[in-house]
Design a protein around this ligand. Sequence first.
Ligand code: ARG
Ligand code: ZN
Length: 876
Amino acid sequence: QIVHLADYRPTDFILERVDLTFELDPTATRLEARLIFHRRDGADPKAPLVLDGDELTLAELRLDQNELPAAQFDVTPDSLVIRDLPEAAPFEVTVITIINPEANGQLMGLYRTNGVYCTQCEAEGFRRITYFPDRPDVLAPYTVTIIADKATNPVLLSNGNFLGGGNYDEGRHFAAWFDPFPKPSYLFALVAGDLGIVEDTFTTMSGREVALKIYVEHGKEPRAAYAMDALKRSMRWDEERFGREYDLDIFMIVAVSDFNMGAMENKGLNVFNDKYVLADPETATDQDYANIEAIIAHEYFHNWTGNRITCRDWFQLCLKEGLTVYRDHEFSADQRSRAVKRIAEVRHLKSEQFPEDAGPLAHPVRPTTYREINNFYTTTVYEKGSEVTRMIATILGRDRFKQGMDLYFERHDGDAATVEDFVACFAEVSGRDLTQFSRWYHQAGTPMVTASAEYDAASRSFVLTLEQNVPPTPGQSVKEPMHIPLSFALILDNGSIGEPSSITGGEVTDDVLHLTERHQTFTFSGIGARPVLSLNRGFSAPINLDFRQTPADLAHIARHDSDLFARWQALTDLALPNLLQAARDARDGKEITCDPAFLAALLEVAGDGNLEPAFRAQALALPSEADIARELGGNNDPDAIHAGRQAILAHLAREGAATFEALFASMRTEGAFTPDAASAGRRALRNSALSYLSYLDGGVARAADAFASADNMTDMTQALTVLAHRFPGEAATANALGAFLKRFDDNPLVLDKWFSIQATIPGVATLARVRALMEDPHFVATNPNRVRALIGTFAFANPTGFNRKDGEGYRFLARQILAIDPRNPQLAARILTSMRSWRSLEPTRAEHARTALGEISAAASLSTDVRDIVERMIQD
Ligand code: ARG
Ligand code: ZN
């Protein structure tokens, strides 16, 4: 059954209050839910109350304390319909359900992870706990009482403020919580178990003291220190940047080891995948620290953008997710290097969202239909949604954007809002018509902007001709022109920025050209000499730009632009033609060459001590094989792409040997490990040098040395990656993998790195290795992190290993999807999206991929999650 945005209508009943009493038991938890409703003004006085369920068993049902006669209701595992309810007066429905947390392998609703009870209710998990109007526009205050065995569950948590607790009967105890902020059911949470705790406090800007508590497995408390620090920084930042203060007496985070996603923003009680909480220098990489900081911030920021203001329906998901990603991006940019953060964001957007937008799963940031909402927690909704918010800030300017946000918070606090409500706030404070801009929410597909420029010395003018096209996507064959904000600079010969006396042809604000027509020509007057145009600086718009600039012009931007992002972009644009040609030459069996000007420009940046190391490392990380495949656009041969790219890396290594030697020696971080951005940048640059040096004589020994002498997880995994990926057959590699396993054998999160490094070894032999690793006792097939680390990483991040020409990779994946699906459909569906670009493969592989997808779709029983993905993927 397909859900349509156009069918939205408010409920007939208003939910006034929710009172839940849980008696926890691993296999038979009893929940008594008391719900007070009244009929909405103007609603049909005969309308029945329809509650959602999912695999539920009803034990008892009462209306105003009296057992309800069977004739007055209909119940199935997924719905409860009650008739003949009062026309106007409030009434109380009491629903008693018995649920089995132990048997809940979907990890939606109430489940158990390592002996801990925990919940995940977004999007539609609450209906697996009790019959309920399980939709985000039904908001109510909740009182929750939890009763459980005291010895095994000393910790009993739910949303809001703690009301009280005490002993109960038979070794049991209870705790009661009250959340005064009306919330939808997807923000409900309950956690119970035996957990360790890390405590701190935060004083808000108005002087209220908030208790901060992070719960982790016993013994892991020291590894939560960084998360606590990130939390306090997030709380301060949201006050300073957006004026948002925390609103309860307590804020809790619980880390659990079985979790389908990153984390969840339940009011006052965030539940996290432990991967995004736990870190210490011995076991976490710089990337782990950065992820923890970003996700702690993201979930905390949801308290305002998501919880205080929630979504009217799930079509509005980007209202909270796109905006909150934008907020966490801004936070990380302020905490670290803004330019380096922006480069990482754009790399991620291009490698994850652009392929989604160009393939069979493309959908608008604000979709209008869905079959399974879980499949819309996508990089389009999250990351493109964030880019759309960023463009509003770019178009309005910082101050107006802030005013628009203030208005949004003021006007919609307590609401279940829509994207239109959000955009209206910015239209109002700026006086701008944002109708055309809103197409970013409604039209799927990455716009292609084609640019060409000409300088006319006689008229001292520079003319820029732009054309935009949004490609057709599933269900949307015709597209209207978008409002595309293009940040620009005219860079003069001496590297300074040219100031035209006038610009005509369209709106220009600050350094932003507003492209609004399908074809548009901007003329810059009063330019004394031919400038070099730097366009879409800072990636002001999430577009593909086709602007055939000469290598000389790109090198000029790479040297002189004051926007570091634009310098990185220019280096990438210099690299790409070389990598594309190398892929073609590898396919045709030709010798692979490389433009010396590109090598020189890159090595100049690598060795430039005035540039921050993290930036130089980003420059040295050439476009990935997936990036190259995307640029090639079709008929792709992953083996040729890999071989071509490897040849270019080897060229660079030989050409830059001296630079890499010097960097490897000088970028060593001294003293005790600190996860700050500057140290992380030095490690990144040094490890990049190590990776290039592996192409030279003595590469194995050097990598083995680096592995043996590493004193932190970043250096250790980087060296291990070089060994495994470059020298998979060497004894040194087997030894290092063995030593790593032995040392971290009791730490599943570290072993995930061990699985992933091996899953991404290029070449046909890796599939056998992945199969063997699935038999390793450390591989736990029910744990989402393990499955993602081994099978997910193999499918998503190993182009040559997965896309074997004989199709074995796809057959393997199909079998895994069918094995995972019955237990955990969300996990299966997510991993299956790794095949979203199958149509751009060369015909032999594409045919194998189609066959494997056909095998999945022909399976006798499939979850709606997998059914939805596989059918969209193969439809013509
Ligand atoms: N709201 C959570 C977050 O972004 C993610 C929830 C994902 N839910 C899902 N069904 N996939 O922080
Ligand atoms: Zn989120």
